[in-house]
Design a protein around this ligand. Sequence first.
Ligand code: WT7
Length: 646
Amino acid sequence: MSESTELEGRRFPAPEQLAAQANVGPDAYERAAQDRLGFWAEAADRLSWAQKWDEVLDWSNPPFAKWFVGGKLNVAYNCVDRHVEAGHGEQVAYHWEGEPGDTRTITYAQLKDDVCKAANALLELGVQAGDRVAIYMPMIPEAVVAMLACARIGAVHMVVFGGFSADALASRITDSGAVLVVTSDGGYRRGSPSALKPAVDDAVARTESVRNVLVVRRTKQDVEWSEGRDLWWHDVVDRQSTEHTPEAFDAEHPLYIMYTSGTTASPKGILHTSGGYLTQVAFTHWASFDLKADTDVFWTSADIGWVTGHSYIVYGPLANRATSIMYEGTPETPHRGRWFELIEKYKVTIMYTAPTVIRTFMKWGEDIPAGFDLSSLRLLGSVGEPINPEAWLWYHKNIGGGRCPIVDTWWQTETGAHMINPLPGVTALKPGSAQTPFPGISAKVVDDEGNELGDDSSGLLVLTEPWPSMLRTIWGDDDRYVDTYWSRFGKEVYFAGDGAKKDADGDIWLLGRVDDVMNVSGHRISTTEVESSLVAHPTVAEAAVVGASDPTTGQGIVAFVILRGNAEDSGDELVQQLRTHVAKDIGPIAKPRQIMVVQELPKTRSGKIMRRLLRDIAENRELGDVTTLTDSSVMNLIKDKLPASS
Ligand code: WT7
C-alpha cells in the first residue's frame, strides 16, 4: 500500500489548545452563511476608515464590483500609523535578513518614518495619485517602503519580480504607463551579487512613460547612470521629512497592478483596489493563520514580486500589526539549513511556504531540519499548488514536529486573498485537500455546462458570489476581464481556470489548471508565452509547449520545436541555446526543462496542436486517443526522435 493510500481517510483534528484560543471558531461559517455582506462588513470594521461606507457591495453591473461604496481610507495609515498611534511603535514589523547574513530590525515607528520620507520623495518627483510606479527590487525593506509610499499618496504600484527579464519589465512598464521605476543596483542571489539596474536601463530605453529611476544601493556594484533621469534613493529619500499627512482615498481607489500569465502570450495586469482588498487580506491573515499580533513571529517565504508577497508579507501582516520575517535569499545559500536556522534564530511561530520547497527539503533529507530547534513553530501554511499528501505528511512531521496544523490555502493573483482553506482551530485536516471555502466565500464545482456537481465528482471550480479582494478588471482591458473570467458560465460566475473534485464529505481537492497555464514551482507561466518566445528565435519555425509533471517543481516545461528549413540541428548545443534564449527573454523561471526537436507536431484537422498527446510523451505515458489527428503517424515520428531514457 502506498503512503498516499494509507493516508486516505486520515484526519488531523484541530489541536485542542489552539481550538480553545482560536481567533475564529465554527460560528464564522454560520454567521457568513446567514449574512454574507454583514460578515464582510464586520471584517472591514477591523480597519480604520476615515469615512464609513454607505453600501457594502454594489453588484448592479456584474462583473464590475464595488465594495464598501462611499467609504474612504488610507491603506498605508492602516498598515503603519495606526499601530504607532496605539502605542505599538516599538514593536518589530520586520526582522529582515539579507542572504549574506546582514540584518535589519524595523519597528513600526521606523517603518512609519521611512514610508513618510519615501512618500515625500515621490511627491517631490511629481508622482500623483493614480500614477503608476514600477518596482523592480530584491527582497530588501525598501521594496516594502516603496509599496507603502505609493499606497500612502494614492499612486498605483506595479511590482515586477526581480527574476524577470528586461523584456518582461519593458512590456509591463508600457502596458501600465509607469512614470517612475524604483529599483536597486542589485541583490544577493546564491552567494553573489546579481545586478538589476542593467535590465531597468534596457527596459526604460524601450519605453516612453518613465521620467525617473530611483535606485537603492544594496550590493554597491557599478551601475550605468543616466544623468537627470536616475537618482539615488539615499540622495532623494534620506533628506525628506518624516512628517506626511495621509490622505483618505475612496475604497475603490486602485492600489496595485500585478501582471500574471494567462492563456495568451501577453500577461494580464490584474487590478486590485483599496478597501475590499485590505479587508480580506487582513481578515484571512488573522483567521487562516490564527495570528496573535503580540506573540507570533510570522514568516511568508515568498518574494514580494508575487501576489503572495503582496498579501501575506506586506498588506495582511502589517494591517494586523504582525511581526514578520523578510528574507532576501534562497533556501540553500550558504547551506541547506538556512531556513531552519532562521526559524530557530527568530523563534518563528507561523511558517507559510510552497509545496515545491517542501519537496526540495524532502529530497535533501530530514536530518537537516532535525539539526535545528524548530519548537517555536505552532502553525504551518502552504500555497501555490496542490500539496501532495506525502509532502504534507513530511512537512507536518519534520518541520511541524507533528503538532502544527497545516493550512493549505487555495487562491490566485486574481482573488487577492485566501479563498479555499481549512481554519486551523476548526477543521479536521485532510492532507492534500484545501477542503472548505473560507467563510463568506461561495465556491462550487460544476460540469462543462455550469451545473453544480454533487459530492464525489470532478469538474471545474467556480466562484458564485463576488468577494471583497476580487480583481476589479484587467488594466486597460475591461473586455478581456469579462471574456477571461466571467463569460464561460455567465457574467455572475467567476471561472477560476482550475479543475476540482469534491470528495464524499464535500471537501474540495484542487486538480491543477484546465487552461494553457503551467505551474512551475508555484509560478504561473503560460504555454503560449514560452511558445512565442521560442518562435522568436531565428532557428525555430514552430513550437508547442506543455507542462509535464515533475517530482519537485510540480510541473516542468517541456517544449517541442520544429526548426526552420535553413536551420541546422546541432543537437544538444542548439537545445541549450534555445533554453538560454527563453530564460533571457522571459526570465529564468520560464527556462524549459527539456526541448525536443521534431519534424512534425500533432494537430487536429482544424489545426489545433494536441497538447494532450505531447503531455503523454513528456510524461512518458502510453499515448491517448490519436484518431482526431490529421496524420497519426506524426506521433511515431516524434517518439522515434526521443532519447531512449525519456
Ligand atoms: C494558481 C494561481 C495564490 C498565490 C500563489 C499563486 C494554483 C495556488 C493552490 C493550492 C492548489 C493552488 C491554482 C491557481 N494554486 N494555490 N493551495 N492548491 N492549487 O498565485 O500565480 O495567481 O496562481 O495556482 O492553479 O489557479 P497565481
